[in-house]
Design a protein around this ligand. Sequence first.
Ligand code: RIB
Length: 298
Amino acid sequence: MDILNFGSLNLDLVYAVDHFVQAGETLSSDSLTYFCGGKGLNQSLALARAGLMVSHAGCIGADGGRLTALLQQAGVDTAFVQTVQQPTGHAIIQVDKTGQNCILLFGGANRCIDENWARQVICDFDGGWLLLQNEINGLNIMMETAHQQGMHIAFNPSPVTPEIRNLPLEWIDCFLVNEIEGEALTGQSRPKAILDAFQTIYPATAVVLTCGSGGAYFADAQTRVYQPVFETRVVDTTGAGDTFTGYFLAGYSRGVSPAVCMRTAAMAASIAVSRPGAGDSIPQRAQVEQALEAIYNK
Ligand code: RIB
């Protein structure tokens, strides 16, 4: 296995709406669709569809079989997915007419991870990278154990919460953040200032900063890369950041140059936003390569 992703698994209830519901407003939705999601599951799918050997760890309830089935179909090892006596996590997602989303989370089983079990999973894992997001409990112990085991750690601090500052972030090898998360961690709001601040606070760490339609940036001690978005018709932005994260890390963890990783990840995310859903919208590697070839080998 190349990478262990210890992360959330959610059932996504996606409501198509004219606009996001406001305080005090009652709004009818145009449709309801059930998708597989969770930042953890989405990122495992993206890593696997990009060609990596992925092991997913996390917790679901008795109602979460659809989520492990989708991971298995994509070739993800689910031996470390535990079923607990809690409902599976879910997300209530509004998608408006422009394809933008807003998300309400219920953690459920994602917040019931036994820390001793988590430590054991990481100790038993035979591979080089641990990927984490912020939708599960136990991050502290996971980072500590991975660090002791000499693993590389990639962290997508999403959704961002004040508790993130209490984690041992100096052990992170690669941060993957959007502008909101970047600002929360550095106090800076402009992309260049966020990257500069990351490099000052965590000099040995790489950072990927995604800025939606404003493109994405990579920075480490040697290199800076800017990658614009590949324009497309936006249907649903849910899971675009997860697609970017998985595709970027699939290359980066194997030593591919940051510029190539960023370009591949941007194309994968562009395809994902042109389709509905989160996990279901993530493209296969061949589709991403074909789309890149159509642009660069004309
Ligand atoms: O990043 C998108 C994901 O965030 C959705 O799939 C939802 O489950 C939430 O975790």
